[in-house]
Design a protein around this ligand. Structure first.
Ligand code: HEM
Ligand code: HEM
Length: 197
């Protein structure tokens, strides 16, 4: 909680800000379900593995379309991507000061996760397609190796991603998981300050 000087009282109003629209959330949790299904549950080589893998690839394509077509008014827009040194520095100093700007969408590390997931899932889709649909490449061991490495790298990234989400949420005092579930973030806003002396 913010500490106020004793002579001053502040009036706080809770404000609710829309962060993630329904499509971003559906794509996110759809990808989570697809990854868990294909990595941990179904046997590779079964038809369900292919179907779930293609669904994940389509979800990535839909999210790409969404990111490129939104205006800057939407936090889902790729116009918000900023991977400059300054953006990373600002985010790290916000974490140090324990106040991440609640009106922002992804921090630069979050955008990096978007890049990683796009590259790896599209890669899994393409290598899977080549192994399954192109007769000359059926069961190709190099492709299978690349496919499995990409799946493992994605798994490692997901572990880092989930740990990072919890750390930033706690350290930066900002709701991250709630907006990815219900779309909105509750923000404590100083509406006015009164001096009592
Ligand atoms: C297979 C597992 C996962 C994958 C592939 C994944 C991927 C992603 C991607 C690509 C984004 C960016 C979303 C976008 O802009 O469209 C994202 C954001 C996010 N993910 Fe995940 N995620 C996974 C698991 C999880 C889990 C288990 C949680 C819950 C703890 C989680 C919480 C979040 C949150 C809170 C954000 C928004 C972070 C921010 O505000 O910058 N993710 N994730
Ligand atoms: C969410 C996306 C996907 C994930 C996480 C995933 C994960 C995996 C994993 C972990 C393996 C085992 C690799 C090994 O042998 O060590 C595998 C194998 C395989 N995957 Fe995927 N995959 C995905 C998408 C796809 C897609 C879209 C296809 C295309 C049709 C596909 C086709 C295959 C095939 C043919 C194998 C080899 C099966 C065998 O050993 O008989 N995968 N995948």
């Amino acid at each position: 909680m913010n500490q106020q000087p004793s002579h001053q009282t502040s009036i706080y109003t809770d404000q609710v800000i829309v962060i993630w629209d329904i499509l971003v959330r559906l794509c996110h949790w759809g990808l989570v379900a697809a990854f868990i299904t294909n990595y941990f549950i179904v046997e590779p080589g079964r038809q369900i593995h292919e179907i779930v893998g293609y669904i994940a690839t389509v979800l990535v394509a839909v999210r790409l379309f969404w990111g490129f077509t939104r205006t800057k008014a939407s936090l889902a827009s790729f116009k918000h991507i900023d991977l400059s040194k300054r953006a990373f520095k600002t985010h790290l100093s916000e974490l140090k000061e324990r106040r991440v700007n609640p009106e922002h969408g992804h921090n630069p590390f979050g955008w990096l996760m978007v890049y990683l997931v796009v590259v790896l899932l599209l890669g899994l889709g393409v290598t899977g397609f080549l192994m399954e649909e192109i007769d000359a490449l059926f069961g190709n061991s190099t492709l299978e190796w690349i496919h499995s490495i990409m799946a493992d790298v994605l798994y490692a990234s997901v572990i880092v991603h989930v740990i990072a989400v919890f750390c930033v949420q706690h350290r930066g005092r900002v709701q991250l998981i709630r907006p990815m579930l219900v779309g909105k973030r509750q923000v404590e806003k100083t509406a006015a300050s009164k001096t009592s002396r």
